[in-house]
Design a binder for this molecule. Sequence first.
Ligand SMILES: Cc1cc2nc3c(=O)[nH]c(=O)nc-3n(C[C@H](O)[C@H](O)[C@H](O)COP(=O)(O)OP(=O)(O)OC[C@H]3O[C@@H](n4cnc5c(N)ncnc54)[C@H](O)[C@@H]3O)c2cc1C
Length: 416
Amino acid sequence: MRFSGFKVFKEAVTGHKGWKPLWRNPEPKKSYDIIIVGGGGHGLATAYHLAATYGLKNIAVLEKSWLGSGNIGRNTTIIRSNYMLPGNQPFYEFSMKLWESQEQDLNFNSMVSQRSIINLCHTDAQRDAYRRRGNAMHLSGAGGTLLSQDDLREMVPFLNFDNARFPIKGGLMQKRAGTARHDGVAWGYARAADMRGVDLIQNCEVTGFRIEDGKMLGVETSRGYIGAKKVGVAVAGSSSRVMAMAGMRLPIESHVLQAFVSEGLKPTIPGVITFGAGHFYVSQSDKGGLVFGGDIDGYNSYAQRGNLPVVEDVVEGGMALMPMIGRARLLRSWGGIMDMSMDGSPIIDKTHIDGLYLNAGWCYGGFKATPASGYCFAHLLATDTPHETATAYRLDRFARGYVIDEKGVGAQPNLH
Ligand SMILES: Cc1cc2nc3c(=O)[nH]c(=O)nc-3n(C[C@H](O)[C@H](O)[C@H](O)COP(=O)(O)OP(=O)(O)OC[C@H]3O[C@@H](n4cnc5c(N)ncnc54)[C@H](O)[C@@H]3O)c2cc1C
């Protein structure tokens, strides 16, 4: 079933009887050529590209809960490619380009909205750093515009420009950045993968790996053993737990990140805005809610809920940046588990076990990376070579010292 304006019109005048479920609900087969563990954004995008881009068949995605129940449906929906380091910038720009054609490629409205991002600067040194980052962005075609305080006063007059502690001096804008409807992204990839024959198996937790003589044979699951020639693990915040079942210890910690949404307001915030003197980022959803977040909770946890100190910290950041937010009522808050790597950058690599591949360590940047992560992981699974934009995301970079520390804070996962 293809979606189109004509289809919507036809259904509207014939009582909406022709809509079908977006994907099948198949029973697992005895074995597959490729199994992807994890039905989040990255796992589903990988399955889609294996089938659509690399023409492979006999693929399954195993998800312990329902599709999109993890971080793909919990994030603050920001997409951008305003990175600086050579290991990151081409990859995130590749992802941005894939976002730009995603809805047409998937024939699904995931509400990709290139409404821009502005990173605010509050000191002269920070402005210099943004100028440097903007130049790096131009090298890979990501674009980037340095804004003066006067520019900002015109664009976002509600900000607290003359805050005595954190005066706003300017900002770096990426116009092509913006937001996308997070769960719509999961549904779009799921439907497109299912249409190409991928089996999406929900309520199927992987509980172990069957490995013999260093070779992957298949996975033990809550629905029985399933054989596989290759297994790709894309379980985000559960990476350490799942890879421990294969005897691997990862350079990753798991932390809670919270997000918040206010009651619906009239259009107020034109794009995404980030506070440069604290950790606070905000955008406005199409329903009108202010969607915002800040730091992770700061201690390791697998509980998908947060605690109050970070709530206070985030709203303090919001109040310092735009005091008018104090008049809005908070509607909801929630948490997700993020795998924070030692340098803040991801891992897309083969492991020492023949047939076992890993996609992990997405930290704060995992949603915006979804299209490229799926593409590059599929490339690795299909060809056994890293995609050209993901050559730096090797697991052994921590042993070799080739870390990609975008924030420059060292081996401190809680700060990345
Ligand atoms: C509150 C919050 C806000 C965020 N905001 C942003 C943002 O604005 N922009 C951005 O770029 N990133 C953001 N992120 C990060 C981003 O959401 C994640 O990095 C990214 O979604 C992770 O990849 P995923 O979608 O595949 O993860 P998930 O959706 O978590 O998918 C992993 C899946 O694996 C499944 N799984 C786990 N263990 C097993 C098992 N044993 N067997 C089978 N299945 C298993 C889980 O159930 C889950 O569905 C945010 C994250 C959070 C929590």
